[in-house]
Design a binder for this molecule. Structure first.
Ligand SMILES: *Cc1c(COP(=O)(O)O)cnc(C)c1O
Length: 456
């Protein structure tokens, strides 16, 4: 029997994670190696060291150590906003008349508004330690840019951010936040880089994409001395840092003798999902637990459910290493849906491999109108405006709770609420006024893109 569970569960300091969990080392089969696009041979750490800090490259390639120490300085900073609360959605349960217990891990309770700060801090920390003088990055919806701007302000590190043009125009307050923390924000595709100028020429009037912005940020980093590039999702190192989300969740549940039957996360590049599932994947591998894990993506950018598992570029300009992942093709230009953080053409190699090997049990693609409907219901019950990205997980959590009611089964549903939507109110307005559509790519659209996959 579980004890009387409070609305919000925190953690005593003694139970706070001191180490990250490295999924790469836990997985029975490792993701396929990165390929160097110059030599078309498996990439080695030195291929990455021009672009990333050495310590982060070491983490990227570490498939041996199951646990990696969180630097003391980072643990100390985490105390400002961690642990994030694990919240029992009592009001939503009541509204749905479900016998299921619903918990959400709320990562929106820091100023950046999402889980992205968990990886921004260590990435800036390692770069600073290695004497790097400036950083560049891209941001889609703006959450990663904000998180990195906050971390860079703390470490007095100059930062240039290429922001996907569609978001730059839709979300002026995100840009303002980044500026407050001292970062330079450039709309992408821009006229600042060669690749940006080329994309502007090939796709006049484009709203941009994450793939374009990545190419610009990479070019900017390699053409400026003592500059490095950092990335907010997809990479093994980012999933490593995000494991803190899952490690805390597991401890928080254990305080009340709880364990998930169903575990849900939205998936853009795969980092909040990879983070919350990390310790539970370890349980599956060790045979000590077996939650049903569901990844949720937008129907308009369905990399897991309709993409192919193949080697592809991480960016539109083909400057990054080639990785094996579920992909829609690196030239995929997603429609302008409001879940900007879920508009990436690929998926983290670790998440892709886990899905391919069925350690992630299921992936679902949801339409944005249905997602906003779930978000508004959730907001009314739980007094919290979820990010459009996170609302994909909410949609599936609600579906699972309704299924539990229909089956008369009590089960424990846990999902990651990756961020708040307080700066996405124009999207909510758009939904409430009936202005949202559900563009879903056709098979023809997708098969055309597949022909452009690199031959490896
Ligand atoms: C960036 C972002 C996502 C998508 O990125 P993942 O790497 O898949 O987690 C989801 N939710 C929020 C709130 C985000 O900011």
């Amino acid at each position: 029997m579980s004890r009387n569970v409070p609305n919000k569960i925190y953690l005593p300091e003694s139970k706070m994670p001191k180490q990250w969990l490295n999924l790469q080392a836990v997985m029975p089969e490792k993701p396929d190696p990165y390929i160097n696009p110059g030599t078309m041979k498996p990439a080695v750490p030195s291929d990455f060291e021009g672009l990333f800090s050495c310590e982060l490259v070491a983490q990227e390639f570490n498939s041996v150590d199951k646990f990696i120490d969180i630097p003391r300085e980072i643990q100390k900073y985490f105390k400002m906003y961690r642990p994030s609360p694990l919240i029992r959605a009592y009001a939503l349960e009541k509204e749905l008349k479900t016998p299921a217990k619903i918990y959400y891990k709320y990562e929106g309770n820091n100023t950046s508004g999402s889980h992205k700060l968990n990886s921004a801090l260590p990435q800036v920390y390692y770069n600073k330690k290695e004497g790097i003088k400036a950083l560049t990055t891209e941001t889609g919806a703006g959450q990663w840019g904000t998180a990195l701007a906050i971390a860079c302000a703390f470490y007095k590190m100059p930062l240039t951010i290429f922001m996907v043009k569609g978001s730059y125009e839709q979300k002026p307050y995100r840009k303002a936040l980044m500026n407050v923390f001292g970062s330079t924000v450039i709309a992408s595709p821009s006229l600042t880089t060669n690749v940006g100028r080329q994309i502007n020429k090939d796709f006049p009037g484009t709203n941009g994409s994450l793939g374009c912005a990545i190419s610009e940020a990479v070019e900017y980093a390699v053409t400026h001395p003592k500059s490095k590039y950092v990335l907010g999702s997809v990479l093994n190192q980012v999933l490593l840092h995000q494991s803190i989300v899952g490690l805390e969740t597991k401890e928080q549940l254990a305080l009340y003798d709880e364990y998930p039957d169903v575990l849900i996360g939205c998936a853009g590049g795969g980092s909040n999902l990879g983070g919350i599932i990390a310790p539970f994947i370890k349980d599956k591998v060790d045979g000590t637990g077996n939650p049903h894990i569901i990844a949720v993506e937008p129907a308009s950018c369905p990399s897991l459910t309709r993409g192919v598992y193949a080697y592809d570029f991480g960016d539109t300009g083909h400057m990054t290493p080639i990785c094996k992942m579920y992909t829609l093709g690196s030239t995929f230009m997603p429609s302008n849906i409001h879940a900007g953080g879920l508009r990436y053409h690929g998926m983290a190699p670790i998440v892709s491999k886990l899905y391919h090997d069925k350690l992630i049990d299921e992936a679902r693609a949801e339409r944005q109108t249905e997602v906003f409907k779930a978000a508004v219901l959730f907001a009314k019950c739980e007094a919290l405006i979820p990010a459009p990205e996170s609302s994909h997980a909410i949609k599936v959590a609600i579906d699972e709770a309704i299924k539990a009611r229909e089956e008369g089964k009590a089960k424990t549903i846990v999902f990651c609420l990756s961020g708040h939507g307080n700066l996405d109110l124009s999207a909510y307005t758009n939904y409430l006024e009936g202005g949202l559509d559900d563009y879903i790519p056709t098979e023809e659209d997708l098969s055309k893109l597949r022909q452009a996959l690199p031959k490896v």
